[in-house]
Design a protein. Structure first.
Length: 247
């Protein structure tokens, strides 16, 4: 019998500007992270996109506090809306008693073991300048050599996606142009595959990329994984909290 997915799913969120986007209901950018359960969010004070992408250890306490608030609100699993929150994975997991999956990058060790030894894993990220191999939890030099990383930093569509969380950029918040995002990510993957034809699977770091995961999968004819896959798997094994219960 299939596991029942329980919820809600708690999400640590980047700090939002004063005028975030208004989404119609329903809209994919709302629903991608729901994976079939209610979603509850807590902003991490001071966690602007640039701070999380570049890495700011001063935000760790805020991440843990936000995670504890989510558990008090009933979250059975904790995730985040930016894969670069992975830097705070261990601290947040230690601060609450529910499963914590802060980033799809946690899947990297498992995915490498699904592939043949001569195959590589492509990691597509919002910003490859700050997505170092150290974020993937790989100790073996052989495993590290089998990962190739590419990003869409500097693109117009990424600036628009991040506008809510980088008000200093001056870009007006708006709905993500799915077609433009698909074109940007697919083109970047095509270039990466030309350089590394051994690529056997794709891991999407950015939590905006699930919007185009199906298109990437269809274009590349490769397995493609993102944060929604990790959340769905974790939720299917989580235990429901009773009313008023805290862990």
């Amino acid at each position: 019998m299939a596991s029942q997915i329980v919820g809600p799913l708690g999400m640590l969120s980047l700090q939002k500007g004063a005028t975030p986007r208004e989404f119609p209901e329903p809209h994919p950018e709302h629903l991608e992270m729901f994976v079939g359960v209610p979603l509850i969010l807590e902003d991490v004070a001071g966690a602007w996109a640039e701070d999380i992408i570049r890495g700011n250890p001063d935000l760790e306490e805020g991440c843990m506090a936000a995670a504890r608030r989510l558990v008090k609100r009933g979250a059975t699993v904790i995730t985040s809306n930016c894969g670069f929150f992975v830097r705070h994975q261990n601290a947040v997991a230690a601060s609450v008693g529910v499963p914590v999956v802060m980033s799809s990058l946690l899947l990297a060790p498992m995915l490498l073991r699904q592939l043949s030894r001569d195959a590589k894993l492509a990691v597509l990220t919002a910003d490859a300048r700050h997505c170092s191999i150290d974020l993937l939890g790989l100790d073996s030099p052989n495993d590290r050599a089998r990962v190739v990383i590419a990003g869409i930093e500097g693109s117009k569509v990424l600036d628009e996606m991040n506008a809510d969380y980088m008000p200093q950029s001056g870009v007006t918040p708006q709905l993500t142009d799915r077609a433009a995002l698909e074109e940007e990510v697919v083109a970047r993957l095509d270039r990466l595959r030309a350089e590394h034809p051994e690529i056997g699977a794709v891991l999407l770091e950015c939590t905006g990329f699930p919007l185009v995961a199906r298109a990437i999968r269809s274009s590349a004819r490769l397995p493609v994984y993102d944060i929604t896959d990790l959340c769905r798997m974790t939720l299917s094994t989580a235990f429901p909290l009773r009313s008023g219960q805290q862990v």
